[in-house]
Design a protein around this ligand. Sequence first.
Ligand code: DGI
Ligand code: FE
Ligand code: FE
Length: 191
Amino acid sequence: MKKIKKYLKKHLTKERYQHTLGVAYTATAMAMKYNPDTTNSDFIRKAELAGLLHDCAKNMDNNKKIRICDKNNIPYSDFEAQNTYLLHGKVGAFIAKTKFHVQDEDILNAIIWHTTGRPGMSTLEKIIFIADYIEPSRKPIPDLDYIRKLAFEDLDKTMETILVNTINYLQKNNKPFDSMTLKTYDSYKHE
Ligand code: DGI
Ligand code: FE
Ligand code: FE
């Protein structure tokens, strides 16, 4: 944990580091609420680690992200190649695995999918996706305090609400959708 924090402090802006700590402790609290096995705290520790690492590649140079993907056979779509900030999840998971020896697939998937989500997300994936959106230093977003309460009541309803908000935000700002964002939205909107 110390080594990871040192790396993050060095590679992230001050604001991004602050956000990262916020996601780590929000995810920790959510994991306490949704822990599937209350005889131990493995799940809680996983959430903290995934939260800490989710944006570890966020401030990386765009060309470097592409280079890392090419060199390590990490596939990406044309859309991701054009909107390279979407790649920080995949590259972040690669760093988690190679630099910090994270082997747990659930943690790696939570990092990979934290921006677009995906259909059929695990509880940990949902927690990181949601914690990213609701952590205390997030700048005001519509319905944020309603979503913060909902996050501790119903994960799928929270997913749906965040995805509706994100789609609306992208539409309003004429930003193109990643196909995975739409697939995720479709899969949660009727639940
Ligand atoms: O890295 P963070 O800023 O903490 O959060 P994030 O990784 O969830 O990224 C959030 C941004 O990603 C937000 O501005 C919305 C944007 N985003 C999510 N899905 C899509 C998207 N942007 C585009 N262009 N297309 C998408 O499908
Ligand atoms: Fe992110
Ligand atoms: Fe984030």
